[in-house]
Design a protein around this ligand. Structure first.
Ligand SMILES: Cc1cc2nc3c(=O)[nH]c(=O)nc-3n(C[C@H](O)[C@H](O)[C@H](O)COP(=O)(O)OP(=O)(O)OC[C@H]3O[C@@H](n4cnc5c(N)ncnc54)[C@H](O)[C@@H]3O)c2cc1C
Length: 426
């Protein structure tokens, strides 16, 4: 069922803009490697401040995770905030909390400011499969309320939950009106258009294969040199050619797959997810899904903690979908696809500098639709000398994945334990 499209989202684009490849040496203020959410968000922030910015993309805009994801726009950091708190100085706790909460706002403000048509819909449900999940969600609400976040409501039983997600499989949940969902490729291509209009030069089919040691000169696979004052590595789990051990040691790729059904009758959609929220359950190998503006169920799951994509993700996802919604048995599937999610051991994103002029961000651990916007903002603030937020968050120390070159099998083994616990419902 997988074909030359990396996702259904690419098929949805009407006349997507194609950018040229680099055909000569070039100089600019900031070179950005990677044409995903992080690269383009950074480019917009820097170009708005008047810098001369170039973005280099190995394949095409949206080739990486930004063009393949579930489209869930989720509030907060990708791990429990108490874990992040333990990793930073007490004086920085409020800054770090506020930064996590700022991420969705950067995306929604940008959508409003530039009138981006990307089917944004607010409303999110975290669904509990059993009692432990529900108590964790109640704790989450308590913790977030203590920080002043007011958008959460606990759905303490099945009946309340079914007003949002009409399945027998959940016992309750948590609604977040501050999170939501969008069409990732429409959003990404709009970012590219905005960046271009701000003067950013975007190059596709331009593979950066080398960075001169301790310098800010990059080389492409066609032999062209790029000179700039600053470099941003924004390749996350797709970064190739210029990764350093410092980055790869802290990042493991997990493969996640997504499936899109053919358009479903509106009455059925209204019956299954009446308020059109996006939904994620609380399992380690979670299911995440939503209806899109074409009335298709976009159903994600099947995380594989290895670097190998499944040949056809449809059968596994179909089974999970029908388990949740038996009425969807026998519906037609339009397409399924897979992609790499960059995860860190702590699930805290990894921000850092290779030297004072080369910055990187990676490891959004499944929360990149929103957190990439924050990463772009923080890197630009650092370059413009506006705040030290990036510097502070860069100091968080990240553990190296055990297992060296075998780390994905080791990770897979580790994750099997958590999946087993989910299966046992403990
Ligand atoms: C299947 C799937 C589902 C997901 N669902 C969600 C979700 O619902 N919500 C959520 O918040 N997050 C989700 N994520 C995660 C989210 O999509 C990512 O965190 C986010 O897109 C990362 O953006 P990025 O710009 O950092 O990296 P990417 O989008 O991966 O972009 C990196 C780009 O860099 C390019 N590149 C790499 N090396 C080079 C080089 N040397 N030269 C030039 N270019 C290079 C690559 O070709 C790639 O296009 C999902 C991810 C996947 C794979």
């Amino acid at each position: 069922m997988n074909n030359h499209y990396n996702s259904i989202y690419k098929k949805d684009l009407v006349e997507p803009e194609v950018f040229p490849s680099l055909k000569n040496n070039i100089e600019c203020d900031v070179s950005i490697v990677g044409g995903g959410f992080t690269g383009l968000s950074s480019a917009i922030e820097l170009a708005q401040a008047g810098l001369n910015v170039c973005v280099f993309e190995k394949e095409y805009i949206g080739y990486g995770a930004s063009g393949r994801n579930g489209g869930h726009l989720v509030q907060g950091w990708s791990t429990d905030f108490c874990k992040l708190q333990k990793s930073i100085n007490k004086n920085d706790h409020k800054m770090a909390w506020d930064a996590g909460i700022e991420a969705v706002g950067i995306v929604t403000n940008r959508i409003k400011k530039y009138n981006i048509k990307c089917d944004l819909q607010m409303g999110y449900v975290y669904a509990a499969l059993h009692k432990r999940h529900l108590s964790e969600l109640i704790e989450m609400k308590q913790e977030w309320s203590n920080f002043g976040y007011k958008n959460l409501e606990v759905l303490g039983n099945k009946k309340n939950l079914q007003k949002y997600v009409n399945t027998d499989r959940y016992i309750g949940g948590l609604v977040d009106t501050g999170s939501g969902h969008l069409h990732p490729m429409k959003y990404l291509h709009s970012l590219a258009r905005i960046a271009k209009n701000l003067g950013v030069k975007i190059f596709e089919k331009t593979f950066i294969i080398e960075r001169h040691d301790n310098a800010t000169v990059l080389k492409t696979n066609k032999g062209f040199d790029i000179k700039s004052s600053k470099i941003l590595f924004c390749g996350n789990a797709y970064l190739e050619g210029v990764s350093t051990k410092r980055m790869t040691d802290k990042l493991a790729p997990a493969i996640s797959s997504v499936m899109a059904t053919k358009p479903l009758p509106k009455s059925l959609i209204q019956n299954l997810i009446p308020k059109n929220c996006a939904v994620a359950d609380c399992n380690t190998a979670l299911n995440y899904y939503r209806f899109d503006s074409n009335d298709r169920l976009i159903f994600g799951g099947s995380s594989i903690y290895s670097n190998i994509s499944p040949r056809d993700a449809t059968p596994g996802l179909y089974k999970k979908m029908v388990y949740l919604f038996p009425s969807l048995k026998n519906i037609d599937i339009e397409m399924s696809w897979s992609g790499r999610i960059g995860i860190t051991l702590s699930r805290i994103p990894h921000f850092g500098k290779l030297n004072k002029d080369v910055l990187f961000t990676q490891g959004y651990s499944g929360h990149g639709v929103a957190l990439t916007a924050l990463a772009g903002k923080l890197m630009s603030e650092d370059i413009l000398g506006k705040t030290n937020r990036f510097e502070t968050l860069s100091k968080i120390s990240h553990l190296t994945f055990p297992g060296g070159m075998f780390r994905t099998p080791v990770l897979a083994l580790g994750m099997s334990w958590f999946k087993f616990k989910d299966w046992l419902r403990i």
